[in-house]
Ligand binder design. Structure first.
Ligand code: FMN
Length: 248
């Protein structure tokens, strides 16, 4: 079998889906759209504000580029708040979706509205909050502190490049298999990655709107991310993003 045939076979395996299950999903109760049980050292409420920059969408798209060299400036708490809130944050609630009274709807679209993505936040330098590892909890629009301390050692082990260690913020996007598989079977894996691309681009544009630069990173060691973030078996690392001030 050629390498291409192997990929086609893998693709067919991943496309397997039970269409009846998709049709009936609206009567099912969806799993929680975020991590429910976390041992929090501290919970910090985000403060999303009106974005000060007045760039229109064309300007944002023109200015977006991958930034790999960051200034020493700390990221402001409002900038981090805006980036998280207006990407993975909750925009509104829908009544009677998936048999639930108040089903969250996010700023970023998600296949079937299932919201299988989570964002972990490594803070090296953000005004007003301690360095450490956090989990963004959309229902509380808060950062849940998982540990306090310099994250550089973790970052050095996770990444295959050096530059993210010098970024004030590193975001790690993970996907939760439980949240898509009950409806989309294996095909949910592709949809998960589509969701991830949308979220990552929204984060990139929000960073530009805050006068920050970012770079998406696939060059990380899967097992190290799983270990450092203590991911459950059903959570998979999908994409990392470094964020920080840039030299004009
Ligand atoms: C899914 C994805 C993964 C990427 N992974 C990396 C990476 O590991 N390291 C890196 O330096 N850039 C990475 N990039 C950035 C690309 O190299 C970059 O987007 C591309 O060269 C185009 O440049 P631009 O973003 O400045 O327009 C990634 C981009 C995407 C979309």
């Amino acid at each position: 079998m050629s390498e291409y045939e192997k990929v086609i076979e893998l693709h067919q395996e991943l496309e397997k889906v039970d269409n009846k299950k998709i049709q009936n999903a609206k009567h099912q109760k969806a799993p929680a759209t975020e991590k429910e049980y976390i041992e929090a050292k501290k919970i910090i409420k985000l403060k999303p504000e009106k974005v000060k920059n007045s760039m229109d969408i064309i300007q944002l798209l023109k200015r977006r580029e991958s930034v790999r060299t960051y200034t020493k400036n700390a990221v402001s708490f409002s900038a981090l708040s805006n980036i998280l809130h207006y990407s993975r944050g909750i925009k509104s609630y829908r009544s009677n979706a998936y048999n639930l009274q108040n089903y969250p709807v996010l700023y970023s679209p998600s296949a079937g509205g299932l919201q299988p993505l989570d964002i972990y936040v490594y803070v090296s330098s953000v005004e007003g909050i301690e360095a450490g590892l956090y989990y963004y909890k959309p229902s509380q629009d808060s950062l849940v502190q998982l540990y306090e301390g310099r994250p550089e050692l973790d970052l050095a082990q996770i990444y295959l490049s050096d530059f993210p260690q010098y970024a004030p913020v590193n975001l790690i996007i993970t996907g939760n298999i439980r949240r898509f598989h009950w409806k989309y079977d294996n095909r949910g894996y592709r949809l998960l990655n589509v969701d991830c691309g949308i979220l990552a681009e929204n984060i990139s544009l929000l960073a530009v709107a805050e006068n920050l630069g970012s770079c998406m990173l696939a060059a990380y060691i899967n097992e190290k991310v799983e270990e450092k973030l203590q991911l459950a078996e059903t959570e998979i690392p999908l994409l990392c993003m470094s964020v920080g001030g840039f030299y004009e």
